[in-house]
Design a protein around this ligand. Structure first.
Ligand SMILES: [Zn+2]
Length: 202
């Protein structure tokens, strides 16, 4: 299996290149890891979609279409994170956790929801790609059914999935019992991280 060996620098260089292309900027632009995608670069919704698709093609990982706050709201319910248009204490904790590259003093209870998207930087996408590459390289520790540590990477095209929902990450088959083991999904990992922080479904 391939092991992904991109450095942060290499990932950022590709992210920068793609953003420059989308925004029709010169390649010697001053985009830095801390550039705000909205405030500094003027990215619009369609550009974010374009960026996600092109990053997926480049790195062969899945890139979420929505920002972390919107994904958490979709999974855990809105009132936990936003009340009266402002970040709750839990919402602030969530964002500090998932956006460690942001100046943490800009994230606190009471920040307007509309002030969150401008916090997303080029580095946020570098982190998303890193996480995606980790998932792509994931291997199971042991089979949860029989305890075997002997696996074969599966060819997804040859497997059948209920409802045709093909998991995005790699899949392994246990060589002892035939159990199918799927890599954690991006959001699955995200929710796990949240629940470790005490942010859980009601
Ligand atoms: Zn097994």
């Amino acid at each position: 299996m391939t092991v992904n060996t991109y450095s942060d620098k290499e990932i950022f260089a590709r992210v920068k290149e793609i953003i420059e292309d989308i925004l029709a900027m010169e390649s010697d632009s001053e985009i830095s890891p801390s550039s705000s995608m909205i405030d500094d670069l003027g990215m619009e919704s369609i550009d974010f979609l374009d960026l996600a698709i092109r990053l997926e093609e480049t790195f062969n990982v899945s890139v979420p279409r929505r920002d972390p706050l919107q994904r958490a709201i979709a999974a855990f319910g809105r009132e936990k994170f936003i009340q009266e248009g402002k970040l709750t204490q839990t919402g602030a904790r969530l964002l500090k956790l998932v956006l460690p590259e942001i100046d943490q003093s800009r994230i606190y209870e009471g920040v307007l929801e509309s002030d969150i998207p401008p916090l997303i930087t080029a580095q946020t996408y570098v982190n998303v790609i890193k996480r995606g590459l980790e998932i792509a390289d994931w291997r199971p520790e042991e089979c949860e059914k029989c305890g075997s540590k002997d696996f074969t990477p599966a060819d997804k095209d040859k497997l059948e999935f209920p409802d045709g929902n093909v998991p995005p990450g790699p899949i392994f088959l246990c060589n002892s019992c035939g159990n199918m083991i799927t890599a954690p999904s991006f959001d699955g990992e995200f929710y796990k991280q949240l629940s470790e922080e005490g942010i859980t479904l009601e």
